[in-house]
Design a binder for this molecule. Sequence first.
Ligand code: AKG
Ligand code: FE2
Length: 365
Amino acid sequence: MATKVLDGNSLFNFVVLEGNGVKGMVDLGLSKVPEQYVQPPQERIDKQKAASHDNPPIDLSKLDGPDHDLVVEEIVRAAKALGFFQVVNHGVPLKLLDSLKDAAHTFFGQSPEEKKAAHLKGPSSPLVKYGTSFVPEKEKALEWKDYLSMTYTNDVEALQYWPNPCKEVALQYLKTSTKLVKRLIQILITELGVTPDESKVEGLMGLKFVNMNFYPTCPSPELTVGVGRHSDMGTITVLLQDGIGGLYVKLEEDLDGNQADQWMEIPPIPGALVINIGDTLQILSNGRYRSAEHRVCASSTQSRVSIPIFTIPKPTEKIGPLSQLVEKDGVAHYREFMFQDYMDNFFANAHEGKKSLDFASINSP
Ligand SMILES: O=C(O)CCC(=O)C(=O)O
Ligand SMILES: [Fe+2]
């Protein structure tokens, strides 16, 4: 039935333009993945080939004790090697993590009309976006994901314009994680041998979004992607995933610096948050830190939710490699640009691994 109602353009209209999302399509009853969602073989996720990322989560409470230096070392090592790590004792209350996952299920469980009503609310610029896939108009195959994106301006507007089922918990999540994000940025800059000045750190944390991702059950997840290969554009992403699994990160080099190209699953750890280095930190560090290429596979049995907070620079912030590092390296691997331009380019293209960085890369001979 679903395939009869939804073929060709009518599927795109129903899912994307009319705002029913992947969830609306799955709710019609779907036994087969529609062809618009079938990825080319090289983009499909082979779970059997992925390794598991068994590194224990980093205990951030130890930053305040005798093991401070060891913990800093662990953070820096992870930011250089994989660009991904998990943290516990992060300062975000554990009960809040459960409430956030519940709120995401409540939001996406609403009728399409209710979800659409959340869209584009705000005083002047839109603070809330409800959508599906990433840039559907540009994608060869669509992503098996619906999302809600909430931009933070201030508390009053968040409580006024963010959707009811999520606004309070999302705001608390944002507030309780800000200290964590700031501390990580300060550590990562300091470890580059540069004293982080307050205005620089504030500039790198100028804008924040809380997103809620919903990956409905998929009849054949091995043919689709929940999110295609990409790195996040900002400074740091804090990500809450539920217990279902399906988040994969690419390890580009092994410990000996050889090309590895191995995908690793980031296993769900109850109470932990995933930290993900964005393109901005790779650029700022002149390539010392690595933004993580990652992707998501949906599940055939359960809907998955994840709740990232993207901390990105102020749109007017000038971003480029830190001058002290360029001096030391004798070469800048990235040019300087205004972050708004990086963001516009990021959202103008479908996910394609770390291609987003080409916008800033200087290809030295
Ligand atoms: O769902 C996830 O675990 C990751 C989502 C993600 O990569 C993103 O929203 O940028
Ligand atoms: Fe991401």
